[in-house]
Structures are given as structure tokens and as C-alpha cells.
Design a binder for this molecule. Structure first.
Ligand code: TYM
Length: 316
């Protein structure tokens, strides 16, 4: 019997993390991970759907792990690992691909959005949800902290679990997404969802004060409104609504002062984690991944032995 419940999430090694990734997925993980058996993954094979440059992917992997450590995740208390170190992820995703239909995968919003933006429709992008289902289900995950844009992908994981269980007997439990109110969709500086694919509108998680200033100053404001909504929407990630009420009343109509206050609040929130990150070395990252990979493989291999028997590929 399992003791604590399992918490698992992952971020793609596809570029610099922004405050949307932090508030939507990382912070909810940081805030709760000690109450669970926790796993934090670097989704490097998912990143391969968009990155075809070995040195870039490699350096992104180092960056994401440094980000994980800098935001305060203790590798002794959570298994930090990368997807490609546990081959069972791609193995299980193949099995799920054989259970779901093409029309089902065609309904994935993330896939449809990317195609609409003109991104290359490689087959990996199309089957992306089944690799994510494998990431989640291999470890009998109970809770998956993610942003709103991943809600459907967790639903897809539940569907994959159900399809497998119906075909081969009870094997996988149904995971649940953890999407916190108010942070599920952090807006970019243009008011639309902040996304790595639109870097000109992001506030980088580890940005220098200059980068934060540049991003905040570019936030689109509507001069007809009482308060600049796009500024406020980001500001409330860093301050309580009560604190902001006083400030926004006092500075009503003075957008420049409000933006300056936001810059200070982001900077003082981020500077301790930015400072911590500077001291994390590549060697430390390698050690964390080596140890995390070993621990993750132990769990995944055991699960896959059962899966292989159930589907009939084990002949002894
Ligand atoms: P990725 O790297 O695209 O996004 C990482 C996390 O950041 C969240 N996020 C946001 N949250 C709030 N506001 C935003 N503007 C915003 N932008 C991004 C995403 O919802 C996500 O939680 N497919 C996953 C990676 C993954 C995964 C997994 C997650 C692969 N396997 C297994 C959980 C479990 C993704 O979107 O990564």
C-alpha cells in the first residue's frame, strides 16, 4: 500500500521560464511538495517537439534544474529527474498511442493552438498528450500541479488510464489536476496568456532588474479605465488585494508610479531566488539528475513489469 499520495509535475526544457510557469505550476509544487511523495520532472523529450538543436536542449536542461533548485525544492525531499533518463516513459506512451484514436488526439487544444500558430505539425506534437499521460501514470500520480492550459492534458491521462484498465484490467489510478484560482492563466505584458512561444510579452522568472523593468514598462495599459488592468493582474501575484487596493487608490491614474511599484515588488520577491541560482553549479545539477534518475527508474521499472505482463509481451 502506498503511504503518502504522489505529487508530480514537469516543465519542458524549451526555454527560459517565466512567472506564468512559476505561479501556475512551480509555486503550487513548492508550497505542497513536502506533504506528498513528490516528483519533479524535466520534460526534455517533450521539448524535442520544438527544439532541434543539441546544445540548446542540453543547456535548457541545466537551466530548468537550476530553476527547480533555486525556487527552493530540496532534491532529498523530491525526486528531481529528466524524462529521457527513464526509458519507460516513451515505452508506455507507445502503448497508450495504441489505445487512443486519432480523432481523440485531434481534439487536444494545445495541439490545435500550435497548429493555428503555424507550428510544424510533427507526429511528436500530435502524440504529446500520451507521453504526458505516461509521465503521470507510470508513478501512480494522484495530484498534478499545472496551469489551466494543461487541464485537458491531465484529462487525457485519465482517459488513457481508463482505456488501459478496460482493455487489460485495473492497473492505473486516475490523477487529478491541481489548478489554483487566480494563477491558472497568468497574463503576459499584452494581456494575453504569458507563453514561452511569445518571448516579447513574458516576464522572465530570473530576469535582472533591467529585464523586469523593460517588461513591466511595456505592459499595455488602457487609459480609459480606472486602473490599468494588465498591470494589476500581474501585481496581484506579488501582493494581496488589500495591499493593492490602498496603492491603486492612492496612485489612481498614475500608471508610471504603479508600474514602478510593480517593478520593485517583482524585484524584491525574485531577488533571493535569483541570488540562490547564481551559486548552483553544473556539477550539482548532474548529481541531482543522476540520483533522481536512479530513484525514478526503480519505481517506473516495477510498474512497467506489471504493464508488460498485462499486455502480453512478457513470455516467461
Ligand atoms: P510547459 O513547460 O509548457 O509549462 C510548464 C507549466 O507552466 C504552466 N504555464 C502557465 N501557468 C499559468 N499561466 C501561464 N501563462 C502559464 N504558461 C505555462 C503550464 O500549464 C505548465 O503547468 N505539458 C507540460 C509539461 C509536462 C508535464 C508532464 C506536466 C510534461 N509532462 C507531466 C505535468 C505532468 C507543459 O505544458 O510544460
Amino acid at each position: 500500500m502506498k503511504g503518502k499520495k504522489r505529487l508530480l509535475t514537469g516543465l519542458q526544457a524549451s526555454g527560459t521560464l517565466h512567472i506564468g510557469n512559476y505561479f501556475g505550476a512551480l509555486k503550487p509544487f513548492v508550497d505542497t511538495y513536502e506533504d506528498y511523495e513528490s516528483m519533479l520532472m524535466v520534460a526534455d523529450y517533450h521539448a524535442l517537439t520544438s527544439i532541434k538543436d543539441a546544445s540548446l536542449l542540453r543547456s535548457n536542461i541545466f537551466d530548468v534544474v537550476k530553476d527547480y533548485l533555486a525556487v527552493g525544492i530540496d532534491p532529498k525531499k523530491a525526486i528531481i529527474f529528466k524524462q529521457s533518463d527513464v526509458l519507460e516513459h516513451t515505452e508506455l506512451s507507445w502503448i497508450f498511442n495504441c489505445l487512443v484514436t486519432v480523432p481523440f488526439l485531434m481534439q487536444a487544444h494545445a495541439y490545435k493552438d500550435k497548429i493555428a500558430k503555424g507550428l510544424e505539425a510533427n507526429a511528436g506534437l500530435f502524440t504529446y498528450p500520451m507521453l504526458m499521460a505516461a509521465d503521470i501514470l507510470l508513478y501512480d500520480t494522484d495530484v498534478v500541479p499545472v496551469g489551466e492550459d494543461q487541464r485537458q492534458h491531465v484529462e487525457y491521462a485519465r482517459e488513457a488510464a481508463m482505456k488501459f484498465n478496460n482493455a487489460f484490467g485495473d492497473t492505473f489510478s486516475a490523477p487529478k489536476e491541481l489548478i489554483l484560482e487566480g494563477v491558472g492563466t497568468v497574463p503576459g505584458t499584452d494581456g494575453l496568456k504569458m507563453a514561452k512561444s511569445r518571448p516579447q510579452y513574458v516576464i522572465p522568472l530570473f530576469g535582472s532588474k533591467d529585464e523586469i523593468t523593460k517588461a513591466v514598462m511595456s505592459i499595455v495599459t488602457d487609459s480609459s479605465a480606472d486602473r490599468p488592468e494588465h498591470v494589476y493582474a500581474i501585481h496581484k501575484l506579488f501582493k494581496t488585494e488589500e495591499e493593492l487596493e490602498v496603492l491603486y487608490k492612492e496612485k489612481m491614474g498614475n500608471y508610471k508610479d504603479l508600474k514602478e511599484a510593480l517593478i520593485e515588488d517583482i524585484d524584491s520577491y525574485m531577488s533571493p531566488i535569483r541570488e540562490r541560482r547564481i551559486h548552483i553549479t553544473d556539477d550539482e545539477v548532474k548529481k541531482v539528475l543522476e540520483d533522481g534518475g536512479k530513484r525514478a527508474r526503480e519505481i517506473a521499472q516495477k510498474k512497467m513489469e506489471d504493464v508488460r505482463k498485462k499486455i502480453g509481451v512478457t513470455i516467461n
